[in-house]
Design a protein. Structure first.
Length: 239
């Protein structure tokens, strides 16, 4: 059972095109045109072209590409901002327009002044983009693998996980060393290179901070990082 995944994109359209190209090259080697590509969320903020990223993903899905796109905390913050609200899980003292969040660059990618009031911002963002952000799923299960943006709360059934945890969680998930019911593949927490911790794999390699955008292929519980030269095995303990 094969699937692909791409880490946190953060408005980096050129890097997204390159990640898709590496996946297409792997498809050509395997002859598999149907395996899904799971995008782990954080489509927007920090990078130069969040509008272009969303437009590319919307059009790809409409054209029949087997693309699954999950919701990240930055996507949720963007949606809240368009509704004139602040994400309640955002750390005290921060707003979506804080430079540390990167929301200004998202609005600028739509040709907007970030200081515009929310109703004018929302009116200028295409309805197809707003609907897309609002409808993003929180996770995707495939065989022995669970794809999610941030992680899961250990010991809690999947149906009982909260959205806050699935898009925002860190320490309780990152510090847990026991087995989960699945191999959890996630982003959200930036690492220099993909990390395999046995029970989870982190593929957020900092595209939003000028790092690479990682693409992987998963077969059963075997994971390979996709490079321009082909597959590189990612095994437990690799970091």
């Amino acid at each position: 059972m094969r699937s692909y995944a791409i880490g946190d994109i953060h408005g980096q359209l050129d890097k997204l095109h390159a990640a898709h190209a590496r996946i297409m090259a792997d498809r050509a080697r395997t002859g598999d045109a149907e395996a899904p590509v799971i995008h782990l969320g954080d489509l927007v903020d920090r990078g130069p072209d969040s509008c272009g990223v969303i437009d590319h993903l919307v059009k790809g899905q409409l054209s029949g590409q087997p693309w699954i796109v999950l919701k990240g905390n930055h996507d949720r913050m963007f949606g809240y901002h368009l509704d004139g609200r602040r994400d309640p899980a955002l750390r005290a003292g921060l707003t979506y327009l804080d430079p540390r969040i990167g929301g200004r660059r998202t609005l600028q990618s739509y040709g907007l002044d970030p200081e515009l009031p929310a109703p004018r911002v929302a009116a200028a963002v295409p309805q197809a983009h707003r609907d897309f952000i609002a409808s993003l799923p929180l996770y995707h299960r495939m065989g022995e693998v669970l794809y999610v943006h941030a992680g899961i709360r250990p010991g809690v059934a999947l149906d009982d996980q909260t959205e806050d945890d699935l898009v925002w969680i860190r320490a309780p998930f990152l510090d847990f060393t026991g087995a989960h019911p699945w191999l959890v593949i996630h982003g959200h927490t930036t690492c220099k290179t993909p990390e395999h911790h046995g029970n989870r794999i982190d593929i957020d390699t900092g595209a939003g901070y000028d790092g690479p955008l990682t693409a992987i292929v998963v077969e059963g519980r075997e994971v390979f990082v996709l490079t321009d030269e082909g597959r590189v095995p990612l095994r437990p303990g690799a970091a």
